[in-house]
Design a protein around this ligand. Structure first.
Ligand code: EPZ
Length: 429
């Protein structure tokens, strides 16, 4: 298994091109199941999760081709992907695939809406929590499907098609909102989705669905009105830039010091992260090409932050912020409200000398004067990158094991950081 070795202490200076958002690209690819025409996606990031989903969609009968595009000198812009689900050849998504990537469970909605049935393995728990799918099931049932759990599979049937209805979620869920939206676009009549997630990746998918002929009002708000259509058609859509990748590199610069321009970062999507960095004493300035981050000399101030659904501070940035706050001058409090078990990075950060104490869903992070390099283990995608951030400021050498987690969600991370002066390399196994 590959490892990443970092020798800490270098400042970061230069430019980093932000890639297309993983968490938009995956549901956008899944949306191709909704039509027998071709969906063309631009700016698709080159990630292990994207490659895996290509294989999964292929099993359902989606024909996929990719042309790489190399733009400018500052980095690869991403791929253009053509997806055509002319005929759905299989409406089952087996345990082997869904257990490898949770988002593949999201094929259930489009398969059910288009074919009237789907059988998809329950995804099971993962390193960040139990992650149930009860609200997905609620959405399908509200739309008239009969849903049963059989031998670890969710079996959903609607032989006469789905019917529009009200879907009112008791809590905010990105996945359940995708499920409701991608089913309702092919249901008969109107669906109203209340307490919908407002994450920008939901809006990106909704905008793509509109280009495919769907009728959706309220995009970006917590109430979505969908008028079902008999069929959707071809469209071309560009994946929005990854706000979590942008926020992560912003934290990396804040940690290492220096001055980096994040090209293509959408500042309107990272408001909560900019706000926290400002409070920590890191300088952030929006530019017409993206976002500029700098920290020169001054110490980091501690912060108090709680993760929340968008537009609040993202759970997907919690580990990176915690890494940063290990070096703050004082005590920070970071509270995780979205997932119950998303603190796996704490014990690994401790191996680098961090002083963090957990109390239920809160972590008290006591800033230390120095971190020291060590061997550490990646446990999930965002936890892994928090260890890289810590390694950038640790004295000596840090080796991050199990970097396949990183490859799931960060495109060419070591190249992007290395080009800005980080001493970082991938060691092949
Ligand atoms: C999406 O996961 C993201 N994944 C996650 O990113 C992200 O952390 C999460 O949203 C929150 O922003 C993708 O977009 C592919 P949820 P999702 O449903 O949809 C509970 C990353 O690192 N819940 O919004 O699975 C759930 O347990 C990943 O890129 C139910 O109770 O998250 C959690 O507590 C990790 N019942 C809360 O809702 C349900 O039926 C929010 O989860 C569904 C969810």
């Amino acid at each position: 298994m590959d490892r990443i070795r970092i020798r800490g202490g270098n400042r970061l200076n230069g430019e980093i091109q932000i890639s297309g958002a993983k968490n938009a690209a995956l549901p956008l690819m899944i949306a191709s199941l909704l039509t027998d025409d071709t969906l063309t996606l631009r700016n698709v990031p080159r990630l292990a999760d994207v490659t895996l989903l290509m294989r999964i969609l292929g099993n359902h009968g989606v024909d996929i081709s990719v042309d790489g595009k190399r733009l400018g000198t500052s980095g690869i812009q991403g791929d253009t992907m053509h997806l055509t689900a002319r005929t759905i050849v299989d409406t089952t998504a087996p345990y082997e695939t869904v257990s490898r990537m949770r988002a593949s469970f999201w094929v259930l909605g489009p398969l059910l809406a288009r074919c009237g049935e789907a059988r998809v393995s329950l995804p099971g728990g993962c390193a960040i929590g139990t992650r149930p799918v009860d609200m997905h099931i609620q959405a399908f049932e509200n739309l008239g499907a009969n849903v049963e759990i059989d031998q670890g599979y969710v079996v959903a049937k609607a032989p006469k098609g789905l019917r529009g209805n009200k879907i009112s979620f008791s809590k905010v869920s990105v996945g359940a909102t995708h499920a409701a939206l991608m089913s309702a676009v092919l249901a008969r009549g109107e669906t109203v989705i209340e307490n919908a997630a407002r994450e920008p990746e939901i809006s990106d998918v909704a905008e793509c669905l509109v280009k495919m002929g769907a009728h959706i009002e309220g995009i970006g708000s917590s109430t979505l009105h969908v008028q079902g259509r008999e069929r959707l058609h071809s469209a071309t859509h560009e994946v929005l830039p990854d706000r979590i990748e942008a926020g992560t590199y912003a934290m990396a610069v804040a940690m290492a010091g220096g001055d980096v321009h994040l090209l293509g970062a959408r500042t309107d999507l990272v408001g909560s992260v900019i706000d926290v960095l400002d409070r920590a004493g890191v300088s952030t300035s929006p530019t017409n090409q993206g976002l500029r981050i700098s920290r020169n000399g001054a110490g980091l101030k501690p912060v108090e932050v709680t993760t929340e659904p968008y537009p609040g501070f993202p759970t997907d940035m919690q580990a990176q912020l915690m890494a940063l706050m290990t070096r703050a001058e004082g005590t920070s409090t970071i509270t995780e409200t979205i997932f119950e078990n998303r603190f796996m990075h704490v014990q690994e950060l401790a191996r680098l000398g961090a002083d963090i104490r957990l109390n239920g869903d809160s972590a008290a992070v006591y800033g230390v004067k120095r971190l020291r390099g060590a061997e550490v283990m990646a446990t999930d995608l965002r936890a892994s990158v928090s260890l890289v951030i810590a390694g950038l400021a640790a004295e000596g050498e840090t080796t991050v094991h199990r970097v396949y987690h990183l490859d799931r969600g960060f495109e060419r991370l070591e190249k992007k950081l290395g080009a800005c002066g980080a001493d970082i390399e991938r060691l092949a196994s």
